[in-house]
Design a protein around this ligand. Structure first.
Ligand code: ADE
Ligand code: ZN
Length: 345
């Protein structure tokens, strides 16, 4: 089979996905109409044409604007369900989903509206599509520590549903140290800590995320490569990095996928994984991320298999669940040969 076909059939886990970033323009227009909310674009085409970004902030400005049309539990359900249907087609068997409550509570939407819609869709995805999941609540780092504490308080009644806490939004100028106390409180309450670090920010932010926030997984982490000692630490710990190649390309974190550091990460012994981040904005879900990266870096069947295994290894599933999924990947690899690798450029 071709490498593309191999990727499509490969059992995969997604570990870095903002549910608000899966909100496709077509559904956004539909929900805007349903809720009678104006969006400053005339058509889906006009909206899509605005998806050109020079950096993270340019993306975030439009991403938060898109989320404004979400009002009811049904809206959150529909957005989440659409994501699950898509990944089901792509053989993603497990997903760990971020949501940003402050994007919604700041506009007067109740926390429970947000979480109930997302949670009900995830449960349906588990029952009807067989997709296992975890849910991670992110604090918006451009907002205050106090606001993060308020958000954590809102999450407390949902401790059984929310597995972890994360940190996202504008990285530069908002180091992990700003959230040391709120993360300590979240960990004390039983949430697993993760954080975006080293996407645009320096390797120092990755150090802070490890040392101060005590993260158990690193989101992005690209800039860790600037610091060889840090790479050693991450490799020793076998800390998973949730790498997002198409996101990195669209946000100009890399200037071309051919220059993407993914292979370097693998060669350095890092537990790198492939993820889609905000697929509705960055041009593709899991298979597109795998495929375009494979084309650019000429990834081998073995490297692709390792990346898929890393996805399950880096997940927050139990060891038993991880092993069952990893056996599936290995069985798939044993049964399928890649005979043709189409390199297009
Ligand atoms: N929120 C959604 N996507 C993000 C990203 N790539 N970095 C930081 N915050 C985000
Ligand atoms: Zn992200």
């Amino acid at each position: 089979m071709t490498r593309k076909a191999y990727i499509e059939g490969l059992p995969k886990a997604e570990l870095h996905l903002h549910i608000e970033g899966s909100f496709e323009p077509e559904l956004m227009f539909e929900i805007a109409q349903r809720n009678q909310i104006e969006i400053p674009f005339q058509s889906v085409e006009e909206l899509k044409a605005a998806y050109e970004f020079n950096n993270l902030q340019e993306f975030l400005d439009i991403y938060y604007q898109g989320a404004n049309v979400l009002q009811t539990e049904q809206d959150f359900y529909d957005m989440t369900w659409a994501y699950l249907e898509q990944i089901h087609k792509e053989n993603v068997l497990h997903t760990e989903v971020f949501f940003d409550p402050q994007t919604h509570t700041d506009r007067g939407i109740a926390f429970e509206t947000v979480i109930n819609g997302i949670y009900k869709a995830l449960e349906d995805g588990s029952k009807k599509l067989g997709i296992t999941y975890k849910l991670i609540m992110c604090f918006l780092r451009h907002l205050s520590e106090e606001a993060a504490f308020e958000t954590l308080a809102m999450a407390m009644p949902y401790k059984d549903i929310i597995l972890g806490v994360g940190l996202d939004s504008s990285e530069l100028g908002h180091p992990p140290s700003k959230f040391e106390r709120v993360f300590a409180k979240a960990v004390e309450a039983g949430f697993i800590p993760v954080a975006h670090a080293g996407e645009e920010g320096p390797a120092q932010y990755v150090h802070e995320a490890l040392d101060l926030l005590k993260i158990e997984r690193l989101d992005h982490g690209n800039r860790s490569l600037d610091d060889p000692e840090l790479v050693k630490v991450l490799a020793e710990k076998q800390m998973a990095l949730t790498v997002c190649p198409l996101s990195n390309l669209k946000l100009c974190v890399v200037d071309g996928l051919k220059n993407h550091p993914l292979r370097k990460m693998l060669e350095a012994g890092l537990l790198a994984t492939i993820n889609s981040d905000d697929p509705a904005y960055f041009g593709g879900y899991m298979n597109a991320n795998f495929h375009e990266t494979a084309e650019a870096l000429d990834l081998t069947k073995d490297e692709l298999t390792t990346l898929a295994i890393n996805g399950f290894k880096g997940s927050f599933l139990s060891e038993k669940e991880k092993n069952a999924y990893i056996q599936k990947v290995k069985a798939y690899a044993a049964q399928n040969k890649v005979t043709f690798q189409e390199v297009t450029q």
